[in-house]
Write a protein that binds this ligand. Structure first.
Ligand code: GLY
Length: 392
């Protein structure tokens, strides 16, 4: 345990908590996605409540509750959770992102308070998620059809789904019924085989034939193009596989997480600021700070899981080797995470408490019209990464 990193992370968290005390009052009745002129918008209306990011604000309130013990954060988080009940009743809104919606809200609530209503919500969501499994292809279907005459998405799986699998692992741990974890592991095995490339980078979208289960092709999705390396996708992959290892102990998942992590670490630019896609053209220099914080969470998780924290080999060179020219070793994952977080705290966190967001320069997708704005899950994973580094 490096005391200097921990002290630094606690100091930054204290600044975050100071700002959140004001932001949470202003945004108590909202479910924000982004900010406009520094003010949180609100996605809790009927037309927006199904949006995949709507669990993160509630999750941030649980993080603040954990950090400060203040009851008012718990009350806001519970309010968000109740609002999400409308989603549980809407088949079109229920997709593979159930993990993103109910892990930060209901599972957190149940873990911290034992609330049976939260357990019920999370189990309903887990059952729905497990029901999206395609047996021929051994994958969880990502999105529903959007009614836009767009492509047939029945056979689409996406790397982000690795982050939703912990809802299934939780459901098995909670009910002692292995079906959920079995489904998660089948999906993770397919993802390791079909999403992760030779060099450790990952595809965003893979399409399977829904009847034969054969892999059809990959898509660039939210990244620059097919075969490119959308940075948030790399981050979902490395953090997601690490979590699958944490829940199952299956060594292949940790190895896969490390391969993706090695690729990511080797591509971190000198300035520590993460682009939207590692393969994007030099201009425009679009960034995605969300990829940076999610990767930092995953790198710290891999560092912890790979035993550096408990083995006594806590130096940066613990278990070093060389992979694709990148220094490999548990300590180096933490070192890379610290570089990302220090860069963000110094250059990409908005410390003005008149503005509602923390992280700046987040990008949803390379080919969207807008780039580099605030996005709520950036703030959520920033706090999560700092809590991991501070060992809170
Ligand atoms: N899960 C969708 C995204 O990362 O944008």
């Amino acid at each position: 345990m490096n005391e200097e990193y921990s002290v630094w992370a606690r100091d930054v968290l204290a600044r975050v908590a100071e700002k959140m005390e004001k932001v949470s009052v202003r945004s108590a009745d909202k479910i924000p996605y982004t900010t406009k002129d520094g003010v949180h918008d609100d996605w809790s209306g009927d037309d927006k409540i199904g949006w995949w990011t709507n669990g993160f604000w509630g999750g941030m309130m649980w993080q603040m509750y954990e950090l400060t013990g203040q009851e008012r954060y718990k009350a806001i988080a519970e309010d968000v959770e109740r609002k999400l009940d409308r989603v549980l009743m809407d088949a079109q809104s229920m997709d593979h992102d159930s993990g993103f919606k109910w892990l930060p809200t209901s599972v957190n609530n149940y873990r911290m308070t034992g609330n049976p209503a939260s357990r019920n919500r999370a189990l309903l969501a887990a059952n729905n998620l497990a029901g999206r499994f395609n047996h021929a292809g051994q994958f969880i279907r990502a999105w529903n059809d959007w009614g836009d005459n767009g492509p047939d998405r029945r056979g689409w799986a996406i790397i982000d789904c690795m982050m939703n699998l912990p809802l299934l692992y939780w459901a098995s741990e909670e009910t002692k019924d292995p079906r959920f974890a079995q489904t998660a592991m089948r999906h993770a095995d397919t993802a390791a085989r079909c999403f992760v490339r030779e060099d450790g980078s990952v595809n965003h979208i893979v399409e399977f034939d829904v009847d034969s289960g054969e892999m059809v092709r990959s898509y660039g999705g939210q990244g620059y193009g097919d075969g490119s390396s959308w940075t948030r996708g790399q981050a979902w992959g490395l953090y997601g596989f690490a979590q699958s290892f944490r829940h199952t102990g299956k060594r292949e998942y940790l190895d896969t997480a490390m391969r993706i992590a090695d690729y990511f670490v080797a591509h971190i630019p000198e300035n520590g600021l993460i682009p939207v896609d590692f393969c994007q053209p030099e201009e425009p220099v679009w960034e995605d700070s969300t990829a940076s914080v999610i990767a930092a969470c995953g790198l710290l998780e891999i560092w912890r899981l790979s035993g550096a924290a408990s083995s006594g080999k806590q130096g940066e060179g613990a278990a070093e080797g060389t992979v694709n020219g990148a220094e490999k070793g548990a300590g180096n994952y933490r070192k890379a995470a610290v570089k990302l977080l220090r860069t963000l705290a110094g250059q990409r966190v908005n410390w003005n408490d008149a503005d509602d967001n923390l992280l700046e320069k987040c990008t949803a997708a390379y080919h969207d019209r807008e780039h580099e704005f605030s996005i709520i899950y950036g703030d959520y994973y920033l706090i999560e990464a700092l809590m991991k580094l501070s060992q809170l």
